[in-house]
Design a protein around this ligand. Sequence first.
Ligand SMILES: [Zn+2]
Length: 185
Amino acid sequence: MRIGILDVNIKRGKPGQCWVCKKPIELKELHAVVVLRYGKFQQQAFKLAAAQGRAKSKKAGFKYRRLHLKDCLAVWLIAIHHYRTEARSQRQGRPKGSGQLTQMSDEERLVRYRLVRRRAATLRLIMKEEDDARGRQLILRLRDLNKQLGENEVIEVMSHRSSTEIRLLNEKIVRFVHDQPAGTL
Ligand SMILES: [Zn+2]
């Protein structure tokens, strides 16, 4: 499994922070930097950030992890391997290229990827939310994201949620949307 480009660096300038243990990486300390996003995909991410006025430098869209060489690098590699293997096995073998995304450009794909991630995060928040007012805000955000996803909206049966999760989620949505005075949503 290819994780990224592995660099071994000496920390200069100012101290950094380890992605795994969150402790400092001190000046002059030898440590690992794993570049996760680079090349073509980083260029697309950069173009997108530039188009949206978010690109502070040519490095926009670059994704890397700074890690202690001792223990933390190994812990992180094992975790990311486990996480990706799990994600793969849950993909349930939809044949590559048979999806609906094949017609999209790299940039459209990246935009959609971000929307889908935000939407998934919003759904998780809705499941956990107990406060009705905040719940309503989350539903509004969800609707906005659904609208932005347009015809590429995630199809629930394909998004690997268990039936229990879908039921809980729907209960929450019903509660936040329908237990309101008319006209608030
Ligand atoms: Zn560490």
